[in-house]
Design a binder for this molecule. Structure first.
Ligand code: NCD
Length: 311
């Protein structure tokens, strides 16, 4: 008799996930793409969205995902919670736990906050972005989008350009994509590149290499992923001027021509219009930005079902 595999309690990071774990979530999410399907697999379940940092697409996406599966959703925002009265994260976690939610989705400005919440609740915790650490569901929805276009993730060249050092999106994507066998090329202003690139990922057949210019990064790319300049995480001026940033790192039509003809352009949002890419690229035929948003709902449905669906 084989023992039942214990169900995973939380989704805190991509690091540590195997290719099989990732494929299982992508396959499950694939059932929800396209159609605005609905089900009752989470009827009677309660999902708390604890968002202590601004968010539009991620919060709404989790809310829609939980709602489409029949769960009750409670939204807590920083300004309307007892956090502004000085309640600690641990006390907030214990307080929520006493009301027996099934899942708590946490976004927090500090790395490691969702893991702290997870230790103080029986609920499943999903990391919806913690500081500059990880944003696992973003990487999963990006992977679903890329796989939807190319039918695979291995052997693809993915350029990630912009504010790498502050980006949880870059970290989760680098880990996921190299685990799945993609070659990831990083590029950004020197001050916005992590010193130890290799420490970002562990294991995996894919490679992670720095590029010294956007031209070099985009050359022959299948995927060009642009990142927002995260002013809120920068203590000092990391880039001398916006003008210089744009002239060296903005994706425009000419730079995009260096990528493969069938290459796709991605951005996790929110876009600083005209900074990371020109409008003709952001709204052009190669942009899949809104497809990423749509796939976000599908991935979050799959993740919630995996963690708290069934008995
Ligand atoms: C990202 C985030 O918050 O980490 N946005 C998102 O979740 N779609 C990226 C960003 O804020 O630039």
């Amino acid at each position: 008799m084989t023992a039942a595999v214990p169900r995973q309690k939380d989704l805190l990071q991509i690091r540590g996930m195997t290719a099989d774990d990732i494929v299982a979530i992508l396959d499950a999410a694939g059932r929800w793409t396209g159609a605005s399907g609905a089900a009752d697999t989470l009827t009677g379940r309660t999902v708390v969205n604890l968002f202590l940092e601004p968010s539009t697409r991620t919060r709404v996406s989790f809310e829609i995902a939980a709602g489409r599966l029949g769960a009750m959703v409670v939204n807590i925002a920083a300004t309307s919670s007892s956090i502004v009265k000085g309640e600690s994260l641990v006390d907030t976690a214990r307080t929520l736990d006493a009301m027996r939610p099934d899942a708590i989705v946490v976004r927090h400005p500090s790395a490691g906050a969702p893991a702290i919440v997870a230790r103080h609740t029986k609920a499943s915790v999903v990391n919806a972005g913690d500081g500059a650490h990880e944003h696992p569901t973003q990487a999963l929805l990006d992977a679903l989008t890329i796989r939807g276009r190319f039918g695979r993730l291995d052997g693809l060249r993915v350029a990630i350009v912009g504010d790498i050092v502050h980006s949880r999106v870059a970290r989760s994507n680098a880990q996921l994509l190299t685990t799945m066998g993609s070659d990831v090329v990083f590029c950004g202003p020197r001050s916005l590149m992590p010193e130890a690139m290799v420490s970002i990922v562990e294991g995996g057949p894919g490679r992670l290499t720095p590029a010294s210019s956007i031209e070099e990064a985009v050359d022959g790319a299948d995927v060009v992923m642009m990142l927002r300049v995260q002013h809120e995480r920068q203590q000092a001026a990391f880039v001398p001027s916006l003008g210089e940033y744009k002239s060296r790192f903005r994706l425009d039509a000419a730079r995009l021509e260096r990528a493969k003809p069938e290459a796709i352009v991605m951005h996790p949002g929110p876009v600083n219009r005209g900074v990371e890419m020109t409008p003709e690229v952001a709204d052009g035929p190669q942009s899949v930005i809104l497809e990423q948003v749509a796939n976000g709902v599908a991935v979050r449905m799959a993740v919630l079902e995996m963690l708290i669906g069934g008995n």
